[in-house]
Design a protein around this ligand. Structure first.
Ligand SMILES: Cc1cc2nc3c(=O)[nH]c(=O)nc-3n(C[C@H](O)[C@H](O)[C@H](O)COP(=O)(O)OP(=O)(O)OC[C@H]3O[C@@H](n4cnc5c(N)ncnc54)[C@H](O)[C@@H]3O)c2cc1C
Ligand SMILES: NC(=O)C1=CN([C@@H]2O[C@H](COP(=O)(O)OP(=O)(O)OC[C@H]3O[C@@H](n4cnc5c(N)ncnc54)[C@H](OP(=O)(O)O)[C@@H]3O)[C@@H](O)[C@H]2O)C=CC1
Ligand SMILES: O=C(O)C(=O)Cc1c[nH]c2ccccc12
Length: 444
């Protein structure tokens, strides 16, 4: 039922003093709401949507600023991408110093590339340390800025067995932390629906164990496709990997130093195009030509491509060796699936048992955020905006600059500072005012 109290005309703001006659009406809201099982909750501080690394990082930085907040998370745990939608053998592929969140470093005994379990343990202790207690199982279904009362109205749905509860949160600031990987991309390919074998997306893949002895078509050759093909090999499956266009494969390390770190260091001194040239020369010296194995390189360099299109270069952790040895077969684009076969664009036909779609992810922001000035149609902040962490009217985005966890940490620090400044200014003014009336609606 889409029914709600039209708060708009009331113009209720965080620090407004509510006249007694209005308070009578407002106090009736929970009663009316309970009839329709919708609660209305005033949040003193920002609402953060998503309890992944980005949402937690903002929470931690806000804690330091003394700003209260509410985190809404649709899953039943923090970092659901890492806990529920990644494979067992996953490790961070950038060195740990680029992946830790603000204000709390990784434990000293962590290896250079922490495992998924170590990363999750760190995030759990991070949430505990900063006393971040998200509202779990609450999916944000819509968020809209109410011009009349100059507040955000965030509607969530939570289901507990057969009980469905709707809540509306009202707040001054909205922090979008739902991530670049919120939805799996499952392309429509002719015949795939009728394919007889198992079809899973990378986000459902846990281990190659269940594919042992099987011929598996891995669709996509990003970091997921490469690492899953390697995992399949390690479990005695027979993977073929679809490379429909091009890919930059870089060694994870160059002369024992992280390639990523080397790139970051070089970028401080020389232009991006030159860093790209150097990376490609060094990669060629270490890996040799990748083109002869069917891995054509894009015409633009790896970092420029990441910046322009968000396409992450592959940081090789062993798949290339398996490609060289023929254990991973590289195949071109798919024409169609038919029965237990796949027809490729070069006319070749392959018999396969299973398909793993390593075809990437997308943002889910367009499905729930009713806003078009800051966010583009693809669910990322518009690239024309200078500070891609700050929109209008108290809207913020964290973790959408395609710079991985270090980008999220950067955004989180800026966002908390920005909100903290307004918060402190408000507090100062409040101290000069008469005390507030009791809040009209449930308050966090
Ligand atoms: C397999 C994989 C490996 C990666 N490895 C690295 C790496 O090594 N280094 C690196 O820097 N980056 C890496 N990344 C990039 C990745 O983006 C970050 O690691 C990180 O998870 C991003 O954090 P986030 O909080 O922005 O998004 P997420 O981790 O996706 O968290 C978003 C949260 O929002 C919740 N949510 C979504 N929609 C709603 C809604 N409507 N209502 C309520 N809650 C919602 C989700 O359930 C989720 O818990 C990797 C990505 C993938 C897919
Ligand atoms: N160890 C780690 O830390 C890991 C990190 N990651 C990160 O997660 C993010 C997502 O990576 P990933 O899941 O690989 O997604 P990507 O978006 O990087 O790659 C998707 C791949 O799927 C291909 N593809 C998409 N649609 C089709 C289609 N219809 N037919 C054939 N091929 C198709 C794309 O080809 P095309 O280029 O032609 O569009 C591309 O090769 C990245 O940022 C990555 O770095 C992922 C795994 C491990
Ligand atoms: O792992 C990812 O998806 C990242 O986004 C991390 C990242 C940010 N910039 C990069 C450049 C090269 C390789 C990985 C990354």
């Amino acid at each position: 039922m889409d029914w709600y109290i039209p708060l708009g005309f009331l113009s209720v703001r965080k620090d407004d003093i509510i006249p007694p006659e209005l308070e009578i009406f407002l106090n009736a809201i929970p009663v009316i709401d309970s009839l329709f099982s919708r609660r209305c909750v005033w949040v003193n501080g920002p609402v953060i949507v998503g309890a992944g690394p980005s949402g937690l990082a903002v929470g931690a930085c806000l804690r330091e600023q003394g700003v209260p907040f509410v985190v809404l998370e649709k899953a039943d745990c923090i970092a659901s991408l890492w806990q529920k939608r990644t494979y067992d053998r996953l490790k961070l592929h950038l060195p740990k110093k680029f992946c830790q969140l603000p204000k709390l470093a990784f434990p000293e005994d962590f290896p250079e590339y922490p495992s998924k379990k170590q990363f999750i343990d760190y995030l759990e202790s991070y949430a505990k340390h900063f006393e971040i207690n998200p509202q779990f199982n609450e999916c944000v279904e819509s968020a809209k800025y109410d011009e009349a009362c100059r507040l955000w109205r965030v509607k969530t749905v939570s289901t507990n067995g057969s009980t469905r509860t709707e809540v509306e949160y009202i707040c001054q600031w909205l922090v979008v932390a739902t991530g670049e990987n919120a939805e799996c991309v499952k392309p429509e390919i002719e015949g795939l629906e009728e394919f007889e074998g198992e079809v899973v997306h990378a986000c459902e893949y846990k281990s190659g164990k269940q594919f042992s002895g099987k011929r598996v078509l891995v669709v996509g050759c990003g970091n997921s496709g490469m690492e899953l093909a390697l995992d399949l090999c390690n479990h005695n499956a027979k993977p073929s990997m679809v490379v429909r266009s091009s890919v930059h494969v870089l060694p994870r390390e160059i002369f024992g130093k992280s390639t990523f770190e080397l790139a970051v260091t070089m970028m401080k001194w020389i232009p991006l195009w030159l860093v790209d040239k150097i990376l490609l020369i060094l990669s060629w010296l270490i890996l040799g030509s990748t083109e002869k194995y069917g891995l054509k390189r894009p015409s633009i360099g790896p970092l420029e491509l990441k910046n322009r299109e968000g396409k992450t270069p592959v940081l090789d952790i062993g798949a290339l060796q398996k490609i060289r040895s023929g254990e991973i077969k590289v195949v071109p684009g798919i024409k169609r699936f038919s029965g237990g076969m796949v027809d490729l664009v070069n006319g070749e036909k392959l018999e396969i048992d299973s398909v793993v779609l390593a075809t990437g992810y997308r943002s889910n922001v367009p499905y729930w955020l009713q806003e078009t000035e800051f966010f583009a149609k693809n669910g990322f902040p518009k690239t024309t905006i200078t500070n891609r962490w700050k929109g209008n009217a108290g809207l913020y985005a964290v973790g959408f600059t395609r710079k991985g966890l270090s980008g999220a940490s950067f955004d989180a620090t800026r966002i908390a500072q920005d909100i903290g400044n307004v918060w402190k200014e408000d507090l100062k003014q409040k101290k000069q005012k008469v005390p507030c009336h009791r809040r009209c609606i449930s308050q966090f």
